[in-house]
Write a new protein. Structure first.
Length: 272
């Protein structure tokens, strides 16, 4: 059985591993990442594309499960990447996602076997975020902050410069009934304080997971995207007060806050 859609929707930590490094595939799984992404795109040099696809196919063929980031549409490798991933029924991350028609075509060519996770990393993708989220087969979207920042001419780690893009993805996901999106990468792989700050910012804007590029990031992402002890205590207090409009700790509690409290406690049950 392939990776479930619900697992994809609730994943907090999603770890990239280069598709041409099969020695790292099992190690990536061993990190405890919610989803491992076998990367055939940016992590693999042009001469190694076919070999990497073969490594990924062999590993998936042994009964293992992961997401596959295929090469972008219009490249010489996209069709074979998609056919391979769809053959195993694994989720597909679509780079440079910006055109809902292209996404619909990819989903149709996959025969509905592979859930799609568009990686939105262009200005056009951000501006068409609602259409991208609504495309058939799309389960969840992710932010490609590095490529987007390069196109916009801003720093990829500048919270303010990318706040509009992040908020637009969060809003578009909610507007189309998709689960909350996955935040982009933190390139400072050794500085866990920078990672923690990026996670706090992403959570504040409404992201519920993050792309990781180093195993050391996985545990921090998993821990800091989980509801905090104080959030769980607040949720229990709110729900204990009952469903009628009431006041808890000096704040009015109505239906939206009750729903948030239930969501926090549901997320907390994923612990361990």
């Amino acid at each position: 059985m392939s990776m479930s859609v619900s697992r994809l929707e609730t994943a907090r930590s999603l770890l990239f591993v280069p598709g041409d490094r099969p020695d790292r595939f099992d190690k990536a799984v061993a990190t405890g990442a919610d989803v491992v992404i076998l990367d055939l795109e940016d992590a693999v040099a042009v001469p190694d594309k076919g070999r990497a696809r073969g490594h990924v196919a062999a590993w998936l063929g042994a009964g293992r499960h992961a997401m596959v980031r295929i090469n972008a549409t219009g490249t010489p490798w996209c069709d074979e990447d998609l056919a391979m991933a769809a053959g195993f029924g694994v989720p597909v991350m679509v780079p440079k996602a910006e055109d809902p028609v292209v996404l619909a075509e990819l989903g149709a060519r996959a025969g509905g076997a592979s859930p799609l996770v568009p990686l939105v990393e262009t200005a056009a993708g951000i501006e068409r975020a609602v259409e991208v989220c609504a495309a058939p087969g799309v389960v969840r979207v992710a932010l490609g902050n590095a490529d987007l920042a390069g196109q916009l001419g801003v720093a990829h780690d500048d919270h303010l410069a990318l706040a509009y893009a992040r908020s637009r993805l969060v809003s578009a996901s909610a507007a189309t009934g998709r689960c909350a999106p996955v935040d982009g990468v933190t390139t400072s792989v050794r500085d866990l304080d920078v990672l923690a700050a990026d996670i706090a910012h992403g959570r504040r804007l409404g992201f519920t997971g993050k792309l990781c590029i180093h195993p050391a990031q996985v545990a921090v992402v998993a821990e800091r995207f989980a509801p905090t002890a104080s959030e769980r205590e607040w949720a229990r207090t709110v729900l204990a007060a009952g469903d009628s409009v009431t006041v808890v700790d000096g704040h009015m509690v109505d239906k939206p806050l009750l729903e948030r409290a239930r969501r926090i406690l549901a997320e907390g049950r994923d612990e361990g």
